[in-house]
Design a protein around this ligand. Structure first.
Ligand code: ADP
Ligand code: MG
Length: 226
């Protein structure tokens, strides 16, 4: 039997209940993301990209429909199970890096392993390996404010992959970078996908960024265009 998809959505809708009227952020979305794929979700601001990524990660719950992560139906899972799944299987990279300002680059990257209680020797080895791969070895003792935007984003990618998650979600990861630094981050995601076998879902409004993916899903007003 073929391996099940990494992520599967069936007729998923997400409505934010707001006054004066509800906001339908996603409407009837059906899709599959396969293992080791690099998929771009492309569409203008407000079309539902971040909402879609948050549902895949179990950060938020759908209003209706089914969201599957491997063989877990996320809508029926309790918060504790979702938290564990996120911690163990999902790495997330945001536009604004979200590095902790009072931790060094090394500490920021090591954080997920420190929180998981990994042995100190393992942590040192893994962080050294990842910062080397991301060309950050010279920067490990720096504070976030001493880094360039590109370096901060590479550090955020390092932190996202340090636990070797099954799925990397990147939400507009180049939105705050100049084109050279942005391209470096996209190439890095591509390399992690091709050489590391990571599954990557990239949300972006940029056609150029989407060109790094194997497959593009176009999203408009909460619906997938065919
Ligand atoms: P994108 O990431 O493509 O810009 P979002 O998923 O952030 O789109 O937003 C989709 C729609 O849902 C937008 O209309 C946005 O204003 C709305 N939305 C997103 N998050 C919330 C929220 N927490 N509460 C209310 N409305 C939201
Ligand atoms: Mg967004």
């Amino acid at each position: 039997m073929a391996a099940p998809p990494m992520v599967r959505l069936k007729q998923v809708s997400k409505i934010y209940h707001k006054r004066p009227q509800p906001i339908p952020a996603l409407q009837g979305v059906t899709l599959e993301i396969h293992r080791a794929e690099f998929v771009a979700v492309v569409g203008p601001s407000g079309c539902g990209k971040s909402t879609l990524l948050h549902l895949m990660a179990g950060i938020d719950r759908s209003t209706s429909g089914e969201v599957w992560f491997e063989d877990h139906l996320l809508s029926t899972m309790r918060e504790t199970g979702l938290t564990r799944l996120r911690r163990e299987k999902v790495g997330i990279v945001y536009q604004l890096y979200n590095l902790l300002p009072h931790l060094t680059l090394w500490e920021n990257v090591a954080l997920p392993l420190l929180l998981a209680g990994s042995p100190a020797d393992d942590i040192r080895t893994r962080v050294a390996e990842v910062v080397k791969a991301l060309d950050l070895t010279e920067r490990t003792d720096h504070w976030p404010h001493q880094l360039s935007g590109g370096e901060m984003q590479r550090a955020a990618v390092a932190r996202a992959v340090i636990t070797r998650p099954s799925l990397i979600l990147a939400d507009e990861p180049t939105g705050n970078l100049d084109s050279k630094a942005g391209e470096a981050v996209l190439r890095l995601l591509r390399t992690l996908n091709q050489e590391g076998g990571f599954t990557v879902v990239l949300a972006t409004h940029s056609q150029e960024a989407a060109a790094f993916a194997d497959r593009v899903l176009r999203l408009r007003d909460g619906r997938i265009l065919e």
